[in-house]
Write a protein that binds this ligand. Structure first.
Ligand code: P1T
Length: 379
């Protein structure tokens, strides 16, 4: 099956009793058992739920993986991966990444004896300088949040395979429509389904996809033992969102291209970060491992003061000021005080994340209206 067909059909069959075409919301916490240990594969809804099973099968298929697991949030999915580690194990993560990922590693898992380093992965060969016998996990986000750096997944996977280290890729910004990390050698793909997969800013959810059965069993054990599972209603909403993922991503990318080009020539704009621009520092990596460039753009102003950046963000009429991304509506975010506030300023500055950076999640509205909004906000 091709991608557009999989979004609508993978793992999804009409419901056998009534023929309902849409996967029903199995709003139940438990299932009747015919006898002790005799049941239809469902015992208790933390462990399995049919609406969730369909979504897990669907997302696995979109990522060309064998197994999918859904969680109550993207952070719950990240939490499950980190729980594969033991005290004294080490994780190496890319240094530009979602603030919540930095926070859970440094504020939650370091307390339990996990060590972490956050490094630039522009040159993947340099990762080897940081490896120790205790390194068990490499965590990368590509494209990164919010600076839109790219990491060569296949090059990192060569290193992790050589040293038998797990590689997990946060594929939230790209989505499986634009990039499939498992095909490039990653062991686990992680998603905040809150974003493009649900696509309508009405759900918080996360997912992991993998090929290795033992790894799946370990992660499913953590999912059930720790219990951060999504509700059946939310699974239904994400299934519904995914059906239009390919159509939405095309429009997000198309609109973002026009907006990036508009910003690029605007006299008040200094830097524009969009991976589709030929002068983006990692554009070659995008061409190598992605099928398109997506809807996320960051930029800074020539008169680079916090006051100016705030003025622009507060002047938007269509772009909604807020956290999150990937919905049909355009959003504008101030990473330094919102999504990345939990990263100490000196760490943020090292990666190039200034207090004045403005991040846009370009929606699927008419691009002329979006450009008019940018024009009036920058006036
Ligand atoms: O919000 P949640 O579903 O728990 O997912 C966390 C997460 C993980 N990975 C990436 C790349 C993310 O962007 C996020 C959440 N990010 C935002 C809320 C944001 O506005 O950047």
């Amino acid at each position: 099956m091709k991608f557009a067909t999989k979004t609508i059909h993978a793992g999804i069959e009409p419901e056998p009793i009534t023929g309902a075409v849409m996967t029903p919301i199995f709003q139940t916490s438990t299932y009747a058992q015919e006898g002790i240990g005799k049941h239809k594969g469902y015992e208790y809804a933390r462990t399995q739920n049919p609406t969730r099973t369909v979504l897990e099968t669907n997302i696995a298929s979109l990522e060309n993986g064998k197994y999918g697991l859904c969680f109550a949030s993207g952070m719950a999915a990240i939490d499950a991966v980190l729980k594969l580690l033991q005290p004294k194990d080490e994780v190496i993560a890319s240094n530009d990444l979602y603030g919540g990922t930095y926070r859970i590693i440094t504020k939650v898992f370091q307390k339990f004896g996990i060590k972490a380093s956050f490094i630039s992965m522009d040159n993947p060969a340099e990762i080897e300088n940081y490896l120790t016998p205790k390194t068990k996990l490499i965590w990368i986000e590509t494209p990164t949040n919010p600076l839109l750096n790219l990491i060569d997944i296949a090059a990192v996977a060569q290193i992790t395979k050589k040293h038998q280290i797990l590689l997990c890729v946060d594929n939230t910004f790209a989505t499986p429509y634009l990039q499939n990390p498992l095909d490039l050698g990653a062991d686990i793909v992680m998603h905040s389904m809150t974003k493009y997969l649900s696509g309508h800013s009405d759900v918080v959810m996360g997912a992991l996809v993998m090929n290795d059965e033992k790894l799946k069993q370990e992660l499913a054990f953590i999912q059930n033992a720790c219990g951060a599972v999504p509700s059946p209603h939310d699974c239904f909403l994400v299934l519904r969102g995914i059906k239009t993922l390919h159509v939405r991503m095309d429009r997000h990318s198309e609109n973002a291209k026009k907006i990036a080009e508009y910003l690029k020539q605007h006299p008040k704009i200094d830097k524009v970060y969009w991976i589709g621009l030929p002068d983006h520092k990692n554009h070659a990596v995008a061409l190598k491992q992605m099928r398109g460039f997506g809807g996320m753009i960051s930029f800074t102003l020539k008169e680079d003061t916090l006051q100016n950046a705030i003025r622009v963000m507060e002047r938007f009429k269509l772009f909604i000021l807020g956290e999150s991304l990937g919905g049909v509506e355009s959003l504008c975010t101030h990473p330094a005080t919102m999504t990345h506030a939990s990263i100490p300023a000196e760490e943020r500055y090292k990666t190039g994340l200034k207090d004045t950076l403005i991040r846009l999640s370009v929606g699927i509205e008419d691009v002329e209206d979006l450009i008019a909004d940018l024009a009036q906000a920058l006036e």
